[in-house]
Design a protein around this ligand. Structure first.
Ligand code: FAD
Length: 478
């Protein structure tokens, strides 16, 4: 995963929205406490750290075209940043990733796997939480399906929903916490009328442009690449190809300290040759690369609702992308930047040919005009995987707030939400690192609220005594 934290101003805005404890100065230690940055001499200790559970590095391999794109960026007047999580937050960079010695690291791999043998921790596989059990406005456990059986886990202290920006609001709604009219409409008993649950759902929005280039369309993953990876953790498999490159740029509507456009790149990901032969061609149509300009400070907000009270039914998501005209303006600016990179002299040697997919609905517009892009972007909208905001953190006077600044659900005792859903406004770049930071903050609040000792530097501390008191119990067919 690309390791991007968002900008200081994102978090200062959270604090200004009525969330004390979430300004940049407050959250930075919680990013750093999980971090084991293996390039600390390059990125420095002002914003980075070593010794945490999450290894952060750059991949050891990148395709040569990365340097040409960086040259194109310089040609267009953009700077190259050594570290977009550092002092220079605008420009282009080969980003750091959550990987270790060339091998990708998931959050489960970083945080759970090292402690999975603890006697006070049980991880239920193939389990789906279906309801939070609430007695007298207090969360006392959860109901879940596991291997076709309905089970219950009781909590002696509290329940934490961490299902992400789609599943956490879904679980709250299934548990009777949400807008009362909606709950009644789907036959869920209202436990707490909380209008904000499922509201404020938003996401980064992009449009992917692709070009054919004059390079052979090779399968980069062959026996040689596999052997290099297995033996040395190097080569195309120890990489995400062009995806490790990114650009953070301000549109005309923001300030340089709060860039609102991110460029993602695609191509040169190791694809598998069935023959294993080095130099095997996928086809002779030429290789494709892509740039996905992305608008990262969305003003458009959608929502999420239950389709029914069946806990296994998928919820209904109304993205409502690009409903605010400013979002469209900014995305089109991003597209124009991407096109200018492709048309630079640094990229001329690739003879980049834009793959235009004729869309009947947009045929009335002059190709590549602003109106044309406005049409294409609506027809072929690219939601990122950065959903956020659907259990918004906010002060008590905010009618749309679901959790307070210690992530406690309003009106229900002993229930917290800790994931991307609590972001009042999504951060301005990739959302994994801030979601992990939210987890670290939640751990610190839980320990302090229950008066258990230990340092908040969870990643580097001994196991929390809290877990020793946890009680895990289940009954078949409860
Ligand atoms: C394909 C893809 C690529 C991405 N790449 C990047 C990247 O490079 N960099 C980056 O920063 N971000 C990236 N993201 C975004 C990032 O992964 C998310 O923002 C982040 O994982 C959100 O964390 P979360 O804890 O809110 O939710 P999640 O990571 O989604 O965690 C929720 C967990 O809860 C589980 N769950 C949900 N419902 C239930 C239930 N009812 N019962 C039991 N368990 C449940 C889910 O299985 C999941 O394990 C990517 C996302 C996707 C989908």
């Amino acid at each position: 995963m690309m390791y991007k934290r968002g900008h200081a101003k994102d978090f200062d805005n959270w604090e200004a929205m009525g969330n004390p404890g979430w300004g940049w100065r407050d959250v930075l230690p919680h990013f750093m406490c999980s971090e084991n940055n293996t390039e600390i001499n390059r990125v420095g200790r002002k914003y980075h750290s070593t010794g945490g559970l999450l290894t952060v590095e750059r991949f050891p391999w990148k395709p040569a075209i990365v340097d040409d794109i960086l040259a194109a960026a310089v040609e267009r007047g953009y700077s190259i940043s050594e570290d977009l999580n550092g002092d220079q937050i605008t420009g282009f960079s080969v980003a750091q990733t959550t990987s270790k010695n060339g091998v990708r690291v998931s959050s489960a791999g970083a945080f759970l796997r090292p402690v999975r043998e603890r006697r006070n921790l049980q991880i239920a596989l193939n389990a789906t939480a279906t309801k939070i059990i609430i007695e007298n406005q207090k969360a006392v456990g959860i109901q879940f399906y596991q291997n076709g059986e309905l089970r219950v886990a009781r909590a002696t202290k509290e329940v934490i929903a961490s299902g992400g920006a789609v599943n956490s609001p879904q679980l709250l709604l299934l548990s009777g916490i949400g807008p009362k009219e909606h709950l009644r409409a789907v036959n869920v008993t209202v436990v707490k009328d909380l209008p904000g649950v499922g509201e404020n759902l938003h996401n980064h929005v992009s449009h992917t442009l692709s070009w054919t280039i004059n390079q052979p369309n090779l399968y980069d993953l062959n026996w040689a690449a596999a052997t290099e990876y297995i033996a040395f953790h190097k080569g195309p498999m120890a990489s995400t190809g062009l995806s490790q490159l990114t650009g953070m740029l301000p549109s005309l509507y923001t300030t340089p300290d709060h860039p609102d456009i991110q460029l993602f790149f695609g191509g040169y990901q190791a694809a598998c040759a069935t023959t294993g032969e080095v130099g095997a061609l996928m086809n002779d149509n030429g290789r494709s690369i892509s740039i996905s300009p992305t608008m990262t400070q969305p003003r458009s907000k959608g929502n999420l609702r239950l389709a029914s009270n069946d806990p296994l039914a998928k919820p209904i998501i109304w993205g409502n992308y690009l409903s605010d005209p400013m979002d469209m303006e900014i995305l089109i600016q991003g597209i124009e930047i991407a096109l200018s990179l492709a048309n630079s002299s640094a990229m001329a040697k690739y003879n980049m040919t834009l793959n235009i997919n004729p869309l009947p609905a947009c045929s009335v517009y002059t190709p590549l005009s602003k109106d044309y892009w406005a049409c294409v972007v609506r027809q072929d909208t690219g939601p990122e995987n950065h959903q956020a905001g659907s259990c918004k953190m906010g002060p008590p006077h905010d009618p749309m707030a679901v959790v307070d600044n210690r992530l406690r659900v309003y009106g229900i005792r002993n229930l917290r939400v800790a994931d991307a859903s609590i972001m009042p406004q999504v951060t301005s770049s990739n959302t994994a690192a801030p979601s992990m930071m939210i987890g670290e903050k939640a751990a610190a609040y839980i320990k302090s609220d229950w008066g258990v000792g230990g340092t908040q530097w969870y990643g580097k501390a001994s196991p929390s005594p809290l877990w020793k008191n946890s009680h895990y119990n289940h009954w078949k067919n409860h």
